[in-house]
Design a protein around this ligand. Structure first.
Ligand code: BV8
Length: 251
C-alpha cells in the first residue's frame, strides 16, 4: 500500500478505469457500505435491488430508487470525476471508463467514454413492451408505481421499472464485449479501480481479466477491497484527492 503515487503514461498506453460508489462519496452520495449493516429502511440492498424484490413490492423498490434519484440530482461531481474527464480528454480512444455507479455524475463531469454497466438512475423502462429506456427524472410519490402509457393504449397493464441492473440480472453483453475488446486491443494496458469494494461480480473480475492482458493494475480505495490482493498497487486514500494529481504524461 502506498500513499503517494504517480502514474507515468506514455503515448501508447491504454487506460481502463472501473469506478464504484466510493468515487461519488465525496459528492455526498452514500456508498452501499456506508451504513455498517448495509441496509436501507431495514432491507438488505440485495433484496430491494432485485427482480424478486420488485415483484414482491414494486412501491417499496420505486421508493428506494426515487429517493436515490432525488439525492443524485441534488449533488454535483467532485474532483475525482473531473480528473477522469480530463484524463479522457488527454488519451481519447486510449481511455475507457466502466462505472458501477448509476448516479450519472461521470457524464455530468464531462466524461463521454463511459459505460454504465449497472444502468442509470435517471432512466426508466417498461417491464413488458420493447420501448427504449427513456429519460425520467420523476421522483415518484411514496406509494406510486408508474405504469407504461404505451401499453395502456394497447389495453395492457404494465409497470415501469428503473433501468438498473439488479442483483441476479445479466449485465448488457455489449457493455462487457466493449470492455474486453478494449483490453485485448491494448498493446500496453493500465487498469485502475477506484472507490469500489470489489464485492460485486462480474465487475470484481475485471482486474483478473486485465492481468491476463498483462496490465499494470492499481486500486485507489479508502479501505481494503475484497479483491484487493489482485492489484499490483493499492493507493489508500480518497479518490477525489488521489486522482487529480495521479497522472503524468511522457512526451
Ligand atoms: C450477474 C445496481 C448473472 C443496483 C448493482 C460471480 C459471477 C457473476 C455473478 C455473481 C458471482 N457471484 C455472485 C454473483 C451474483 C451477484 C453478486 O456479485 N453478488 C454479490 C453480492 C456477491 N452479481 C449479480 O447478480 C450481477 N449479475 O452476474 O448475473 C446472470 C447471467 C446471465 C443471466 C442472468 C444472470 C449483477 C450485479 C449488479 C447489481 N447491481 N447496482 C443499484 O445500484 O441500486 S450493484 C451495486 O452494488 C452497485 O452498483 C455496486 O456495483 C455495488 C456496490 O459496490 P461498490 O460500488 O464497490 O460500493 P461499495 O459501497 O461496496 O464500496 C465503496 C468502496 O469505496 C468502499 O470499499 C470504500 O472503502 C470506498 N470509498 C468510500 N469513499 C471513498 C472510497 N474510496 C475512495 N475514495 C473515497 N472518497
Amino acid at each position: 500500500m502506498t500513499n503517494s503515487y504517480e502514474l507515468l503514461l506514455d503515448s501508447k498506453v491504454h487506460v481502463l478505469v472501473l469506478t464504484g460508489a466510493g468515487v461519488s462519496a465525496e459528492s455526498g452520495v452514500p456508498t452501499f457500505r456506508a451504513s455498517p449493516d448495509g441496509l436501507w429502511e431495514n432491507h438488505r440492498i440485495e433484496d430491494v435491488a432485485s427482480p424478486e424484490g420488485f415483484a414482491q413490492d414494486p412501491a417499496l423498490v420505486w421508493r428506494f430508487y426515487s429517493e436515490r434519484r432525488a439525492k443524485a440530482a441534488s449533488v454535483v461531481p467532485n474532483p475525482g470525476h473531473y480528473a477522469l474527464a480530463e484524463l479522457e480528454k488527454k488519451l481519447g480512444d486510449r481511455f475507457m471508463l466502466a462505472t458501477q455507479n448509476v448516479d450519472g455524475l461521470h457524464t455530468r463531469a464531462g466524461s463521454q467514454r463511459v459505460i454504465e454497466i449497472h444502468g442509470n438512475l435517471f432512466k426508466t423502462r417498461c417491464t413488458v413492451c420493447d420501448r427504449e429506456p427513456f429519460d425520467d427524472h420523476t421522483v415518484y410519490a411514496a406509494n406510486e408505481v408508474p405504469g407504461c402509457g404505451r401499453c395502456a393504449k394497447e389495453g395492457r397493464n404494465a409497470l415501469l421499472r428503473p433501468h438498473i441492473v439488479w442483483f441476479g440480472e445479466a449485465l448488457d453483453g455489449t457493455h462487457l464485449h466493449r470492455i474486453s475488446r478494449f483490453m485485448s486491443n491494448a498493446s500496453e494496458l493500465v487498469f485502475i479501480a477506484a472507490g469500489t469494494s470489489g464485492a460485486v461480480y462480474p465487475a470484481a473480475n475485471f482486474v483478473h481479466d486485465a492481468r491476463r492482458y498483462g496490465a499494470k493494475t492499481v486500486l485507489i480505495n479508502q479501505d481494503p477491497a475484497d479483491n484487493g490482493r489482485a492489484f499490483h498497487h493499492w493507493i489508500q486514500g480518497k479518490s477525489g484527492e488521489v486522482l487529480p494529481g495521479l497522472f503524468t504524461f511522457a512526451d
